[in-house]
Design a protein around this ligand. Structure first.
Ligand code: HPA
Length: 270
């Protein structure tokens, strides 16, 4: 795996020498943020041999290198998910790669179902912690010693300093930023109402099918991580209506500008 990662670093370095300070993973429906940056290089995942490619509608599948608010950044437009059939090691490969390209900060975004009943579809939630226990760890298997330790501490996966910067950014951007714990489940099916009650009892405020594994892999290699969920729908059983991927996309689309305003302001803060 480490050799493969180094190979991808070399391939990318032939196309751009930009060293990103921050890496931003754009979740379902949030990919349009790519238009906000001064792009310098675009690398479709398909140009990287053997690279995991997303099969989900609404996910573009490329890295964008450029500058945003004066900060050198790499954006991932589209990510792969565990439910697509990839092993966790493949799912987190792009996050690790961006770390190896120099990114010290990882901003993870996603679409999520709201479990906390004080949330509303369209809210943005700062991740303060996560529950990973329902999916395999991306760190399972031989440890990549070059990246980090065998038994990494996960006490502060989401950097308190970056969380503060997101709060300040939200104030400046006029965004009412919620906060909470995100649980990753494998998907691709949505949860049952009983599963949502269980997750609430366990302390989760939002549920989704991504992010936690990438956060763990990034933390393992010492990156500073922060996360923002777009609450696209209330989780199963809360409202008397079925869950639908279209609702997820429509809500993400509706709050696109709020999300972009928050990220733009955040980049000014860091
Ligand atoms: N559950 C899991 N993943 C999701 C949801 C949900 O309700 N909404 C968006 N992603």
């Amino acid at each position: 795996m480490y050799g493969r990662l180094k190979g991808y670093v070399e391939t990318i370095r032939r196309k751009t020498d930009l060293v990103p300070r921050a890496a931003i993973v754009l979740g379902s429906g949030l990919g349009a943020y790519g238009e906000q940056i001064e792009a310098e290089a675009e690398i479709p995942y398909s140009e990287l041999e053997g690279f995991p490619v997303s099969t989900v509608a609404g996910h573009k599948g490329r890295f964008l290198f450029g500058t945003a608010q004066g900060v050198p950044v790499v954006l991932m437009q589209g990510r792969v998910h565990y439910y697509e059939g990839y092993d966790m090691q493949e799912v987190v490969l792009p996050a690790r790669l961006m770390g190896m390209l120099g990114a010290q900060i990882l901003v993870l975004t996603n679409a999520a179902g709201g479990i906390n009943t004080s949330f509303h579809p369209g809210d943005l939630m700062l991740l303060t912690d996560h529950i990973s226990s329902f999916v395999p760890s991306p760190l399972r298997g031989a440890n990549i010693d070059e990246l980090g330790p065998r038994f990494p501490d996960m006490s502060h996966v989401y950097s308190p300093a970056l969380a503060d910067k997101l709060r300040t950014a939200a104030d400046a951007a006029g965004v009412d930023l919620k906060e909470g714990v995100y649980a990753q489940l494998s998907g691709p099916n949505y949860e049952t109402p009983a599963e949502i009650r269980m997750l609430r009892a366990l302390g989760a405020d939002a549920v989704g099918m991504s992010t936690v594994c990438e956060a763990m892999a990034a933390r393992h290699m010492g990156m500073e991580v922060c996360g923002i969920s777009c609450i696209t729908n209330m989780a199963a059983g809360i409202l008397d209506q079925p869950l639908d991927h279209r609702e997820v996309q429509e809500t993400a689309d509706r709050v696109k500008e709020k999300f972009e305003g928050l990220v733009t302001q955040f980049l000014r803060e860091i």
